[in-house]
Design a protein around this ligand. Sequence first.
Ligand SMILES: [Zn+2]
Ligand SMILES: [Zn+2]
Length: 370
Amino acid sequence: MEAHELRNKYGPETLRARLAAEGFPRTTLSFYRYVRLADPAALRNELYAEWEALGVFGRIYLANEGINAQLSVPTHHFEAFRKAIDARPEFSGVPFKIAVEDDGQSFLKLTLKVRHKLVADGLKDEVFDPSDVGEHLEADRFNQLLEQGATVVDLRNNYECLIGHFEGALLPEAETFRGAVEEMLEKLEDKKEEPVLLYCTGGIRCEKASAWFRHHGFKQVGQLHGGIIDYARQVRAKGLPSRYKGQNFVFDGRLAERITDDVVSTCFQCGQPSDRITNCQQHTCNMLLVQCESCAATYADCCTPSCREIHLLPDEVQRAWRKGRPSASSRMKAIRDPEALRARIREEEELLAAGGSLHPELTKLIQQTR
Ligand SMILES: [Zn+2]
Ligand SMILES: [Zn+2]
């Protein structure tokens, strides 16, 4: 196959229909390994051909420093996929983290990308030793240290720790990994002699962060081996108490997987307990928010009355309205300030009640598209 053919050629609707029509279960899993890859671009094309033949979907990053993969495999091809991985010396024996809650809808297509680094961590590898990592801790040991009062540090971004986290963990306010690491280093300035436990989604971010912490003089750095994903699996397999409460934010179509029934967050719109994480369905907004079922009905799955007004228009009017407007990637604003979102909603509802439109420009547009 020519290299230019080694990518997906279909739009999201076609892909969703294709997935729905498959008629077989998929297993969602992730893995990573820091390993020297001489020619990631060539490897990328080999892997694409090999995995596409097995029906693998997912998002995979390759770099000179290794691989970071999140994917779904048709369950009947799982063994073949495991064999294909183990047949490559650079990946042989790499532990798979299997998702605990899986509707098979995690990915719609296969994307393999070559990047400069596996995680956009912003850390300068040349000023510290990235291989001088913290101690890898399994779930039972992590629980034990936590119960003994060790400081637990969440190294994910603010929106990831919103709907679930370890009991008593320090949660970053930063929106980026680099920001979270710097924020925590500062907060823990006086804990350099004490045990500090780091965790993230699948463990890959802690590989770098633990070495960075050690570089900054922390003597007892532990990291959750395999991250929250594997912690959840171990907890179930070994019947341990889950010190992680709520849901685990994941980077695929599921958005989250439930670890325990605890609800640790509140709806951004009404303030009631909820951990239903979603995106505003108005395409140019896409704001990430926690929204309860009742508010989802009230606001038609949107963040504000303003987005609702657009979202409820006929498709062709929405398309005309969108013309020339940038489609936003996930906006995060509401997370930092849910109160500001509520204030904006109140203002907009008042305007609407007074008989106004939130989008005066629509009147003309609706006439034109008639
Ligand atoms: Zn609500
Ligand atoms: Zn919106």
